[in-house]
Ligand binder design. Structure first.
Ligand SMILES: Nc1nc2c(c(=O)[nH]1)N[C@H]1C(S)=C(S)[C@@H](COP(=O)(O)OP(=O)(O)OC[C@H]3O[C@@H](n4cnc5c(=O)[nH]c(N)nc54)[C@H](O)[C@@H]3O)O[C@H]1N2
Ligand SMILES: Nc1nc2c(c(=O)[nH]1)N[C@H]1C(S)=C(S)[C@@H](COP(=O)(O)OP(=O)(O)OC[C@H]3O[C@@H](n4cnc5c(=O)[nH]c(N)nc54)[C@H](O)[C@@H]3O)O[C@H]1N2
Ligand code: SF4
Ligand SMILES: [Mo]
Length: 645
């Protein structure tokens, strides 16, 4: 039997897949060949996703903590007992501290609407604190909120004559975009990468420029200045869309090629060459990545790129513009049911979990985490882990495995995987809404978020039709008007395009001059800036416990330029300790000319399980951009041989 579904992971591509089932087991999962974007191929992470169903450590039964917090000592309990315990603890917290002492925390571990949003219904109805914000792409989301267009349908890519991959490692993070890029190249397009590090992707580009991290807004300003001074800016489009062109002119005026060279570490000739290519391109597509947003000036990066897409006139033609988040129109808030809330409870920005658990007043006393592993993925990990370890905090975690976050929980609930539940999701790298059908019955006692929502609501005495909806009904409630769940489930996917922005006067004019355009701070003597780009075989911390993925990824490693290693008297292959004001981790040293001097690169969000000190967020500080994007890249580390004691 073959069952249609889709990959649920937090990745631009949202691949369509087909699961082969025999005797109630998934024997194989393959890409669906007829999906217009993902075309029958799964990535190196997901090609054997069926292995997750039976992997060692898969949670199959609810667990209750029996030892000290974080000890990993749990006993299996029944669902009835687990839900009773959660309901009675939640009730006690509400009566003693008020409903706002409860906090839900979820992220995109599964992009599925049911897995992500169904449980929010319970928290809304209780009047709990609401979750807002995000830990990824917040800078892009903030600019989108201001009205900046930041998504281009990837199926238009072949129309582009110049493609700039600005801090995006396509061949590792969203490789289904590559065939569109190749199609453009076959028609003569040039491909340029702007990335401080050499990657699988930069090696395939016609040109790779490696500026200092955090200097992108300066580089963009130098290009913008060139558009204006050479008379090739699309002033008509700027007139229609932008409110602050005069201010922008003044802001970019100082950034001559020479000045920008000092700030970016590129040569003036390299910047001039790039600016000239951009100015003379017929249709330029800028694909902006996530890492350059992970800084205090993340919004300045996105704004700088948006200014170029507008001033270059590239929104006028299909294939052109700026693409960071390219999404179908899916009104998923309909499934969240914020309308069930009795009032307007306080909202917590989930990107500040560590701070919230430490300082919120009144304090958070009950926390439920699902579809996320914040103990490994949140900024300032040590602070988050201190918060999760609080004796007076009651924590429930729902996951497939005993993650670092689950280890700190009081109750752990076993979640179904994408093969075992129904769901619907969008994507952030194309315009298709994807349906997922269950291929097999849940393993052990695993339950979907929808089933947990129904069970918990009953125990809490919540009585509203929203708490009796089946998972199919929850999925259907998120669909655009006029769509039928049955038809979508039959087809597997359906395009719900987000139209290109109209070339017409805007009522809300865009601002392109706001925010700092400045050179990144000089790095203190003896320190290196740590970048933590996505790893090829893990998806954030997902898969960091899977034997096959760990083997492919290799030992936790930090990569430096040979010149830095020589200066620090370190040699390839030795184990080193990286330390910052927040904490420390150990890694094997690797050398590469592909990493800029002054930078250390650490891939893979390892769990503590991998060893006592391999978590990258042990090093990151409590720091955010103005829009709330965690500044994961603003971390400066000392690197020394590991202390054998
Ligand atoms: N294999 C794999 N795929 C994934 C993920 C994964 O963990 N593994 N995660 C998924 C998720 S959640 C996301 S958000 C996306 C992210 O997808 P991408 O945006 O492609 O990935 P990043 O690793 O965030 O950053 C891409 C590149 O930016 C570079 N970079 C770092 N700092 C700067 C800077 O200041 N300026 C410039 N110009 N470049 C910089 C890095 O060296 C890196 O090569 O990938 C998704 N896909
Ligand atoms: N230092 C540093 N930190 C970073 C980043 C970085 O580049 N550097 N990147 C950041 C980015 S871009 C992101 S998006 C975040 C990601 O942060 P998280 O969202 O915490 O991502 P994951 O580590 O993948 O954890 C997702 C969890 O969801 C679980 N899960 C999967 N499917 C389901 C399901 O159906 N139900 C339930 N209940 N659980 C499920 C998985 O098993 C996994 O444990 O990390 C951020 N953290
Ligand atoms: S992680 Fe991304 S590329 Fe890999 S199968 Fe899932 S959606 Fe496709
Ligand atoms: Mo992300």
């Amino acid at each position: 039997m073959q069952v249609k579904g889709c990959c649920p992971l937090d990745c631009q591509d949202s691949c369509a897949w087909v699961a082969s089932v025999a005797d109630g087991q998934v024997t194989r999962v393959e890409g669906a060949k007829d999906h217009p974007v993902t075309r029958g191929v799964l990535c190196a992470k997901v090609k054997d996703y069926e292995g997750r169903l039976t992997a060692p450590g898969r949670l199959l039964q609810p667990l209750q903590r029996t030892g000290p917090k974080g000890s990993g000592q749990f006993a299996e309990i029944s669902w009835d007992k687990a839900l009773d315990e959660i309901a009675s603890r939640f009730r006690a917290i509400i009566s003693e501290h008020g409903a706002e002492a409860l906090m839900p925390y979820s992220y995109l571990g599964s992009q599925g609407v049911v897995q992500r949003l169904a449980l929010n219904r319970v928290f809304h109805a209780l009047g709990a604190s609401r979750q807002t914000g995000a830990i990824c792409a917040m800078s892009a989301a903030a600019l989108m909120g201001e009205g900046h267009p930041i998504g281009v349908d990837p199926e238009e890519t072949p129309e582009a004559s110049l493609i700039i991959l600005w801090g995006q490692n396509v061949l590792t993070t969203c490789h289904h975009q590559w065939h569109f890029i190749e199609a453009a190249r076959k028609r003569g397009a040039r491909l340029i990468a702007i990335d401080p590090c050499q990657t699988r992707t930069t090696k395939q580009c016609d040109l790779h420029l490696a500026p200092r991290p955090g200097s992108d807004s300066v580089l963009a300003a130098a290009i913008g200045r060139h558009l204006l001074t050479s008379g090739r800016a699309d002033l008509e489009l700027a007139e229609l869309w932008v409110s602050d062109l005069a201010a922008y002119r003044l802001r970019v005026a100082p950034w001559t090629f020479e000045k920008a060279a000092e700030a970016t570490g590129l040569t003036a000739e390299e910047i001039e060459g790039l600016a000239e290519e951009f100015a003379s391109a017929r249709t330029a597509l800028i694909r902006g990545g996530i890492a350059p947003q992970q800084a205090r000036n993340g919004e300045a990066f996105v704004r700088g790129l948006s200014a170029l897409a507008i001033l270059g006139g590239h929104w006028r033609r299909p294939g052109g513009g700026l693409s960071i988040l390219s999404m179908p129109q899916l009104p998923e808030a309909q499934a969240d049911r914020a309308d069930l809330a009795p009032g307007n409870a306080r909202a917590f920005d989930i990107a500040r979990l560590g701070e919230i658990l430490e300082t919120a007043s009144p304090p958070v006393k009950g926390l439920m985490v699902w579809s996320a592993n914040p103990a490994a993925t949140q900024i300032d990990g040590p602070r988050v882990r201190r918060g999760l370890a609080r004796e007076d905090l009651f924590t429930v975690v729902i996951d497939h495995f005993l993650t670092d976050t689950a280890r700190l929980a009081d109750i752990v609930l076993p979640a179904t995987t994408q093969f075992e539940h129904v769901d619907v999701q969008g994507a952030w790298g194309h315009h298709y809404v994807m349906a997922n059908l269950p291929a097999i019955a849940p393993a052990g006692a695993a339950r979907s978020s929808g089933a947990i929502m129904r069970g918990l609501a009953e125990k809490l005495g919540l009585d509203h039709p929203a708490f009796r909806e089946s998972d199919e009904e929850i999925a259907a409630s998120a669909l655009p008007e006029g769509w039928s769940w049955a038809e979508l489930a039959e087809a597997g996917w359906r395009k719900s395009p987000t139209p290109r922005p109209a070339i017409a006067p805007r009522t809300e004019r865009l601002r392109i001059s706001d925010g700092p355009i400045e050179a990144p701070d000089a790095v203190e003597q003896g320190l290196l800036q740590l970048l933590t780009p996505k790893s090829h075989y893990f998806l954030n911390s997902t898969f960091a416990n899977m034997p096959r993925h760990k083997k492919s990824q290799g030992a936790p490693a930090v990569t430096l330029n040979a010149a830095d290693a020589a200066r620090l008297r370190l040699t390839e292959g030795q184990t080193v300790t990286l330390s910052s004001g927040s904490g420390a981790l150990d890694a094997v040293l690797r050398l590469s000319d592909g990493v800029r001097p002054g930078i250390a690169c650490f891939e893979g969000k390892w769990w503590e399980e991998a060893g006592p000190r391999h978590q990258m967020n042990s090093l990151t500080p409590s720091l955010w951009s103005p829009a709330g994007q965690p500044a994961y890249n603003e971390v400066y580390v000392r690197i020394a041989p590991v202390n054998p004691g």
